[in-house]
Ligand binder design. Structure first.
Ligand SMILES: [Zn+2]
Length: 402
């Protein structure tokens, strides 16, 4: 499986200006490639990738307006044309309804003012030096903070400048899955705002994971900085300084949240053979403007994504339970569905069997039960991609129709 490993870079002043030039050229080529395709689309022609690449890189280098493209690594430019192609293809696929997920619009043109800049290099554009430096084509040997070891030689690297002005190298490496010894415990997880996760396990335990509200805690400081920013003269050096402070505060929030999610996800995956979560429509939920910030701050989508990544790596299963399960309203003891329940009702008593429920823990128990049933049914139907052992059995009994 492929994984990303990210390290902080410490480029020198000279290297920084060379990196800035590369970011710029990559951006220009990306935009040129989009324009080239737009023009062809309007004229009704179809262009191959190689043709777009020839027009926006090879030919462009010979004309005066783009002659500086020759000064940066051409590997990066080629990757940029590829990205543009991918973005265009996603848009077409989205229109043709042959793409899963959210609708994708026309690719956005990149701007010099975008706060995050990046370019990607494949194998022939970078070298890991024996002295621990990273050679970046046409930039030179850049110092890297090796916070942990790379498990295997990387196939590509993305050089990023974040809005707070920090530089990073993000390597793509192939990591071998390292399955943990199997254990006899499964967990249902209800994600929420009061607590990030309420967990019910098959051995009858209840675990709570607090929601640290990383953004909410920094909000006062951020508001003060934003006010400071608008007081500064547009385009002035002081405004840029404050902009950088805002970006730094935001990036601290993002990093603290990600770190917390990594730790909690690892704990869940390590201690349970299967983890069941609700298949949430987060994009739809943040449309609720009163809760949008709190929901984004909790970062459910990232948490679930990390759960799935870690499960794959450690040989565990994460299963998403149907979005339409009335997990909060169903009594986990007798199965009765309580119709009149408000979001503010944190605990309730079942009118049928009299069981007292904490809203979230009850939901977690229902998710656990529903997940186990769904998975069993899927195994029986032989369509489950997540349960390796069952798929093997089913494969033998499936009639071959070819
Ligand atoms: Zn009941």
């Amino acid at each position: 499986m492929l994984a990303r490993f990210r390290y902080r870079l410490e480029p020198t002043v000279v290297q920084r200006s060379m990196l800035a030039r590369t970011f710029g050229c990559v951006r220009v080529v990306f935009n040129d490639a989009l324009r080239c395709r737009d023009k062809a689309y309007r004229a009704g022609e179809t262009l191959s990738s190689t043709e777009v690449q020839r027009r926006t890189i090879t030919e462009a280098k010979t004309c005066d307006a783009r002659v500086w493209l020759a000064e940066v690594a051409s590997v990066a430019l080629v990757q940029s044309v590829r990205d543009a192609h991918r973005a265009y293809q996603n848009w077409f696929d989205s229109i043709a309804k042959c793409r899963v997920g959210r609708k994708v619009g026309h690719p956005r043109f990149k701007s010099r003012k975008d706060s995050r800049q990046s370019f990607r290099l494949t194998r022939n554009g970078f070298v890991l030096r024996p002295n621990g430096r990273l050679y970046v084509a046409k930039v030179g040997d850049v110092k890297v903070r090796w916070s942990r070891e790379l498990p295997s030689p990387p196939s590509s690297v993305t050089i990023i400048r974040e809005p707070d002005g920090h530089y990073y190298a993000s390597f793509v490496v192939d990591v071998q899955p390292s399955p943990l010894p199997p254990i006899d415990r499964e967990a249902g997880v209800d994600v929420g705002l009061a607590r990030l996760a309420t967990i019910a396990t098959t051995d009858g335990q209840r675990l709570d994971v607090a929601n640290p509200r990383h953004l909410a805690r920094k909000l006062r400081k951020l508001r003060r900085l934003e006010r400071e920013k608008v007081r500064r003269v547009k385009g002035g050096a002081n405004r840029d300084k404050t902009r950088r402070k805002v970006a730094l505060a935001h990036s601290k929030v993002v990093r603290a949240r990600r770190d917390f999610h990594h730790k909690q996800a690892l704990m869940l995956v390590r201690d349970n053979q299967a983890v069941y979560v609700e298949n949430l429509n987060v994009a739809g939920m943040v449309k609720n403007r009163r809760l949008a910030r709190a929901i984004s701050d909790a970062g459910w989508a990232q948490f679930v994504r990390l759960l799935e990544e870690k499960a794959e790596r450690y040989g565990r299963t994460v299963h998403r339970v149907s979005r339409w399960l009335p997990s909060s309203k169903t009594c986990s003891v007798c199965g009765r569905v309580k119709r009149d329940m408000l979001l503010k009702d944190r605990s309730w008593r079942c009118p049928c069997c009299g069981a007292a429920h904490d809203r979230d823990h009850n939901a977690a128990r229902n998710i656990l039960a529903a997940g186990q049933t769904e998975r069993r049914n899927a195994c029986r139907a032989g369509v489950s991609p997540s349960s390796g052992e069952a798929v093997g059995e089913e494969a033998g009994s499936t009639p071959i129709t070819a």
